[in-house]
Design a binder for this molecule. Structure first.
Ligand code: HEC
Length: 289
């Protein structure tokens, strides 16, 4: 009886030992923890891979993001990490709506090289795809890329942003000496656009980007009692990407008018945004004081 229990304990010890070794060997080059894409409410891989974020000659890119999605549509995206001097690679990606709630579902394509992982705690509901050990392409120079699938939510969730972090690593099997990069790519929905905080400023009409769901190629339509017919202006995302705008020198169709012509001081107009899909926002009023 004593002998049996001793050999049982020895077997148990051996089992624990093997488990610990397996866990250490598995490490973080296989499946890093969730919530490291740099999205709002998240940290990045820099929380362990100490260094300056987004410095040096590398980058992470998300390719294949269409300008707009339709509910339940599935896309294959490519995450690419590159750096001229590095030799091992990793990434993590997620998708959020403009209120920073999880949007749609991230799915792994090659399950040997990549895997899905769920957020926990305050990040519960977020889904991620990230590299596995076989997807670090140990020894490969210049860069690596991975396919990931994104399934759009069943209901229009407005604008969606993909957030990704990438590691251009030195291959030393440790978290030291690596370079971490982040990126964010926006995509509109094919649902109705939204007008957020329209303002007149120095001959321009500006709309907030945060919360808006405007697709590239959208137009802004102005109507008022003073105008014989509706005037349509091109909308552009301004260079830092913080506002949608009708630029100062943009002329309308069909009237060939400027913002100052359709919105003289003291007047109020009605504006609507129309996405290239043909969907229109609810009307909003804009007053020039
Ligand atoms: C909780 C800490 C932690 C976080 C967060 C973390 N890592 Fe790591 N990572 C490690 C450790 C420790 C190692 C080395 C041991 C190993 O290989 O598991 C490592 C190794 C790696 C390697 C191999 C490095 C080399 O030079 O050989 C890659 C690639 C990698 N991680 C990518 C990532 C990416 C991408 C992220 C962010 C999405 C990330 N890691 C987040 C701890 C972390």
């Amino acid at each position: 009886m004593r002998r049996t229990s001793r050999s049982f304990i020895n077997a148990l010890k051996a089992l624990i030992c093997v488990t610990v070794i397996a866990t250490v060997a598995n490490g973080f080059s296989d499946r890093p923890p969730a919530g490291r894409t740099g999205a709002p409410g998240e940290t990045t891989c820099v929380s362990c891979h100490i260094g300056t974020l987004n410095s040096g000659a590398g980058k992470v890119e998300i390719e294949g993001v269409p300008s707009a999605y339709t509910p339940n549509e599935e896309f294959t995206l490519i995450v690419r990490v590159s750096h001229p001097e590095r030799r091992r690679w990793g990434f993590q990606i997620t998708a959020l709506d403009s209120q920073n709630n999880p949007a749609g579902t991230m799915l792994a394509v090659n399950t040997t090289q990549t895997t899905t992982i769920n957020g926990t705690g305050s990040l519960t509901g977020r889904t991620y795809v990230e590299h596995r050990a076989a997807g670090t392409f140990d020894g490969q120079s210049n860069g690596a890329s991975w396919e990931v699938k994104w399934k759009a939510p069943a209901n229009d969730a407005g604008r969606v942003t993909f957030y990704a972090a990438g590691n251009a690593a030195n291959g030393n099997d440790a978290s030291s000496g690596d370079s971490i990069y982040t990126t964010a790519v926006q995509m509109a929905s094919n649902g109705p656009p939204m007008i957020i905080e329209p303002v007149y400023k120095k001959g321009k009409i500006l709309l907030e980007v945060t919360g808006s769901d405007i697709a590239p190629g959208a137009v802004l339509i102005v109507t008022s009692e003073a105008l014989a017919e509706a005037q349509t202006f091109e909308l552009k995302l301004n260079p830092p990407g913080t506002k949608w705008q009708v630029k100062k020198k943009t002329r309308s169709t069909p009237g060939n008018l400027l913002v100052n012509d359709v919105l003289p001081a003291g007047s109020t107009v009605t504006i609507v945004v129309r996405n290239p899909s043909g969907m229109e926002s609810a009307p909003a009023t804009l007053t020039r004081n």
